[in-house]
Write a protein that binds this ligand. Structure first.
Ligand SMILES: [Mg+2]
Length: 165
């Protein structure tokens, strides 16, 4: 069951156009100024650790499921329009994102706010409304995974100890 959940979450990310490397690039973007010489391998490692958490896998599956149903026009109104238009006052996509960030303490909030505003790399792609795809939840989830991985990296670098999880 646990392994199945992780497998499915990873498959769905890829199906929706998000590779582990894309998220690792966001981590690098967030942390390179604090850790000169930061390698992509280290960023990938921290993204992998975040992706191995059950709470994160559940957030991925829930968010992507809603995105896909919205894309197919299968939700009831008014939720269908709200998700299709990615209405800014909806806010539940951000709540799901916060559930991921909360796992690694408060530094994550700042990082999440920052990349959500800048929208570098994969986040710009996910926010391209002309694609006809709906990524109302996924953009926030990807930003949150990157922010969480950046926090994890910062904790592990600063404390030089293995944090659990
Ligand atoms: Mg969103």
């Amino acid at each position: 069951m646990t392994a199945e959940l992780e497998k499915k979450a990873r498959e769905w990310l890829i199906e929706r156009g998000v590779q582990v490397e894309d998220i690792a690039e966001l981590v690098h973007y967030l942390q390179e100024k604090y850790y000169p010489g930061l390698t992509m391998d280290r960023c990938i490692y921290n993204v992998e650790r975040v992706l191995s958490k059950r709470e994160v896998q559940n957030a991925i599956l829930t968010g992507i499921q809603l995105d896909v149903l919205a894309e197919q026009g299968k939700l009831e109104q008014p939720l269908q329009d709200t998700l299709e238009r990615d209405e800014s006052l909806y806010g539940i996509d951000e709540v799901i994102a916060l559930s991921i960030i909360n796992l690694y303490g408060s530094i994550g909030f700042t990082n999440y706010g920052y990349i959500d505003k800048q929208k570098p790399g994969i986040l710009e792609k996910l926010n391209d409304k002309s694609s006809g795809e709906c990524h109302t939840f996924l953009d926030d989830i990807v930003g949150a995974i990157a922010a969480a991985a950046a926090s994890r990296l910062a904790h592990s670098q600063n404390e030089e100890e293995n944090i659990d999880g």
